[in-house]
Write a new protein. Structure first.
Length: 380
């Protein structure tokens, strides 16, 4: 997933995309065009592929042209940024090699080239000696993000520090969006819930419309579930209090994920706490209310089986239910019928072949298992 931190999205360099020399602009201006296009994907889910490829082609053609001013630090930094953020090195490699030979002032560009062509181990060596705080302002965030990406597997602590630095050094665009997203991917179930909340508030406050927002939310769901499993019952309400403070787009998804996880683990109190968090104040969202009702009824099975055997679940025929919810309901009915059976079936009876004189309860349970199999096989 960390390759997602590469923020130049498929910079395809069109070999035949020539540009009239008289119309060429300085390469640092072309880089600003590229950055503007990239940043749009941080704020809105718009298709940028063709525009990005065309802008990258113009950039590469200018780098290879006689108009390229290698003695201009702004131009060198523009090429370094291109390489640090995943730009296709093939279109600019040899001009950069020639331009950096025996030129101490081009050291940062030389390191960026080494990073872009090296394997992971050597790439880290190329950037290790560089300090983002001493880099030009237009490069600092990209450098910190590239360093974090290289450190992610071997040194998570330093990688997190670099991501925070990238966020601070390049606020408001795709560098910050990627830095926040990758901070979330580096956390695990032992993470501090307040820290997660800060990241989520910042991300959804600025980048809720990002092309990558769904990737962020999916990771957030998995992380919240892992954290919830490690949360003691005494701390569950405090945990959900933090979840409750999040924007509605995240709050409902997380609470439903946690409620389902609790039900699967037989944690009825946890399921009810999580369900209550998202089900209050959601009257306008019919789908969420249906899931709330479904989860509450399922939770009742684990807490004394208030739903009596033979009575239907309120949303048993809800066609809009996700497969995992339909499976969860089928399992809950299985548990309910087992608990309320006057002649509780034995496990070997449930799993074995049908026998003559089989009780109605065993037949009912067997039917529920068949329903579960149907769900697992993708049947409706």
């Amino acid at each position: 997933m960390l390759r997602a931190a590469t923020i130049a999205i498929g910079l395809t360099l069109a070999a035949g995309a020539g540009t009239d020399a008289a119309e060429q602009r300085p390469v640092y201006q072309l880089m600003r065009d590229l950055q503007d296009i990239q940043d749009r994907s941080a704020f809105g889910k718009e298709e940028i592929g063709d525009r990005l490829a065309n802008a990258a082609a113009r950039f590469a053609e200018t780098v290879k042209s006689e108009q390229m001013a290698w003695n201009d630090e702004r131009s060198r930094n523009a090429v370094a940024y291109f390489l640090l953020t995943g730009g296709d090195v093939r279109g600019v490699k040899w001009p950069v090699v020639a331009a950096t030979k025996d030129r101490p002032e081009a050291n940062l560009l030389r390191k960026a080239l080494e990073y872009s062509v090296a394997d992971k181990g050597n790439a880290r060596d190329a950037l290790d000696t560089l300090d983002p705080r001493e880099a030009p302002a237009e490069l600092a965030g990209a450098l910190a993000l590239a360093q974090a990406r290289l450190m992610a597997k071997s040194d998570r602590v330093r990688a997190k520090e670099k991501l925070v630095a990238a966020q601070i050094l390049s606020p408001g665009g795709l560098i910050e969006e990627a830095a926040l997203r990758q901070q979330l991917f580096l956390l695990d179930g032992a993470a501090d819930v307040s820290r997660v909340a800060r990241i989520v508030h910042r991300y959804l406050g600025r980048f809720a419309g990002s092309y990558y927002a769904e990737n962020f939310l999916q990771r957030l769901e998995r992380l919240a579930e892992d954290m919830w499993i490690g949360t003691g019952s005494a701390d569950q309400r405090e945990f959900m209090g933090v979840i409750d403070s999040l924007p509605a787009s995240a709050r409902a998804r997380l609470a439903m994920r946690i409620a389902r996880s609790s039900l699967l683990r037989g944690d009825q109190p946890g399921a009810l706490i999580a369900t209550d968090t998202t089900c209050k104040g959601q009257a306008e969202d019919e789908a969420i209310l249906r899931r709330c009702g479904l989860y509450r009824e399922i939770a009742s099975v684990y807490g004394g089986a208030e739903t009596e055997r033979g009575t239907g679940f309120a949303f048993s025929h809800w066609d809009g239910a996700a497969d995992e919810d339909r499976l969860l309901r089928a399992c809950a009915i299985l548990v309910r019928d087992y608990v309320h059976s006057t002649q509780s079936p034995k496990l070997d009876d449930i799993g074995g072949s049908t026998a003559d004189g089989e009780s109605q309860d065993v037949q009912n349970v067997r039917k529920q298992i068949a329903d579960v199999d149907l769900v697992l096989s993708g049947g409706r």
